[in-house]
Design a protein around this ligand. Structure first.
Ligand code: GLN
Length: 477
């Protein structure tokens, strides 16, 4: 069966009588069976139930009562609650845990007749940039299996890139949707913070966590966002901002675009990625957009601010995994010891490092020096970013400083790993929407992504400019 690039392609085959949802689901299940042993993208696959659901959806199509997403097969990162299905955040501490309800964003997809095929591998509690922190082993990049797929939504990007599902739902706290999308050659969209309900998304750093989409086409990303976004009584931080028809994104307007010269010229950036980014900038100029070089004075503080604040929030959020309420519990007579042993055995090295860092920055003696200070700098970065986005429609940059690196290459150097997030964290620190689109490959054939950021709630134009870049690239192949 062909690798469908969008739901509309699938729908037209279905209405021409050439395809049924049952056949489509079987196709994905076969692909998973063939590839997952090696790629390790899915942690659980709901084979028998998706076949039953496919039959029901085929009937609805016949009757003309099917929802907007009929024929869409979705994979979800192992951080989303799905009633009566396991949820482990790729962590051993949650072994045996099952969700009692479904996350709002996932429920909205199901209500429009999307089918959830399984839970996908990721870094433990979404902390990481390579998928190597998973309690279930690394997921492999389908372009080169010796390389990481990126993280933390690594399995989600692998599944879309290798056609094990049509779309994946991931989470993006500091780049976890955009970075793996860039490494695997697919699209990664992080909407504005508060655009999509976080109810049912396991919390890592609540003031940064955003539900995101990984897809092969902008069309699918737009449609899925349209379905998931909007007010939800179960998330007190959700925005009541109107949800525009995202699928009508192709206006082809001319825009004012900024690029951060210093950060593109940063010495840590891979030469090929830099060249590709400048090539996109040139093509934007050729297409008639105004593109200016700018600099943000606080750029160098973005990554430290991100890591201080997310560690602090994580240390608080993860205190609930204590052996009493969820998952595993160490055998012990004494309560204090039980907490300690459960957490020592159940949590991985990186998660423990962040809990300890977070506890330190929140401790009475250091709170002002680190936590309060980082909060203040966050505000300054946000204000500066917003000011720039009042003048410009978008900020363009690379998504990642490198292409996909080898498994094991950075795993014993956390600082080097954190630098992978250099370009992506700004959008989360400022709460703005951002997207990564595939624009080329390096000399080894490894995908390169370019990132665009925009002002809050401007996903529609973000999709439009991305479409212009992709169309221009395709025409000039
Ligand atoms: N790599 C970043 C981190 O480890 C981002 C993770 C994410 O977005 N969930 O914090």
């Amino acid at each position: 069966m062909k690798n469908f690039q969008s739901l509309s392609e699938i729908k037209s085959e279905i209405s021409a009588g050439k395809l049924t949802v049952c056949q489509l689901v079987k196709h994905y299940l076969q692909n998973i069976e063939k590839k997952n042993g090696r790629l390790n993208a899915f942690l659980s696959i709901y084979s028998s139930e998706v076949l039953t659901q496919a039959q029901i959806i085929d009937k609805k199509i016949e009757k003309g009562t099917v929802g907007k997403l009929g024929g869409m097969v979705v994979g979800i990162k192992d951080v989303f609650a799905y009633e009566n299905h396991r949820l482990q955040c790729a962590s051993n501490i949650l072994e045996g845990f099952e969700s009692q309800y479904t996350a709002t964003c996932i429920q909205r997809l199901i209500d429009e007749d999307a089918i959830v095929i399984g839970h996908q591998n990721c870094d433990e509690f979404a902390m990481g940039s390579s998928n190597e922190n998973s309690g279930f082993g690394v997921s492999r990049n389908p372009v080169d299996e010796e390389r990481v797929p990126g993280g933390s939504s690594g399995g989600s990007a692998v599944a879309v890139a290798s056609d094990m599902c049509q779309v994946s739902i991931g989470s993006d706290t500091g780049g976890s949707v955009r970075q793996p999308a860039a490494f695997c050659g697919v699209i990664g969209l992080k909407p504005t913070y508060s655009r999509v309900s976080r109810y049912g998304l396991a919390a890592y750093a609540s003031s940064f966590d955003t539900v995101g989409i990984i897809s092969k086409s902008l069309e699918d990303a737009a449609l899925v966002l349209e379905v998931m976004a909007g007010a939800d009584e179960f998330d007190s931080t959700i925005s009541n901002e109107k949800v525009p028809p995202f699928s009508a994104f192709m206006s082809g307007k001319e825009y004012k675009i900024a690029y951060l010269k210093d950060s593109i010229d940063h010495k840590g950036l891979n030469e090929v990625v830099r060249a590709e980014t400048y090539r996109v900038i040139e093509s934007l100029k050729e297409e008639g957009h105004q593109v200016d070089e700018v600099n943000i004075s606080l750029q160098e503080y973005t990554l430290p601010v991100y890591y201080v604040l997310t560690a602090a929030e994580a240390s608080s959020n993860l205190s609930r995994y204590d052996g009493v309420r969820f998952g595993i519990r160490a055998e012990n007579q004494n309560l204090e010891e039980m907490y300690k042993v459960t957490r020592s055995e159940g949590l991985g090295v990186e998660v423990k490092r962040r809990i300890m860092t977070g506890t330190f920055v929140l401790s009475a003696s250091y709170y002002d020096a680190y936590y309060t200070k980082a909060q203040k700098v966050r505000r300054l970065i946000r204000d500066e970013t917003n000011r720039l986005l009042e003048e410009y429609d978008f900020i363009v940059s690379p998504t990642t400083p490198t292409t996909a690196f080898k498994i094991g290459e950075m795993s014993d150097d956390p600082m080097k790993m954190y630098l992978e997030d250099l370009y992506t964290v700004q959008a989360n620190v400022a709460g703005i929407p951002a997207i990564s689109i595939p624009v080329g490959v390096d000399n080894k054939g490894l995908p390169i992504g370019v990132q665009l950021m925009s002002k809050c709630f401007n996903e529609l134009e973000l999709l439009d400019i991305s479409n212009q870049i992709i169309t221009f690239k395709d025409q000039n192949r």
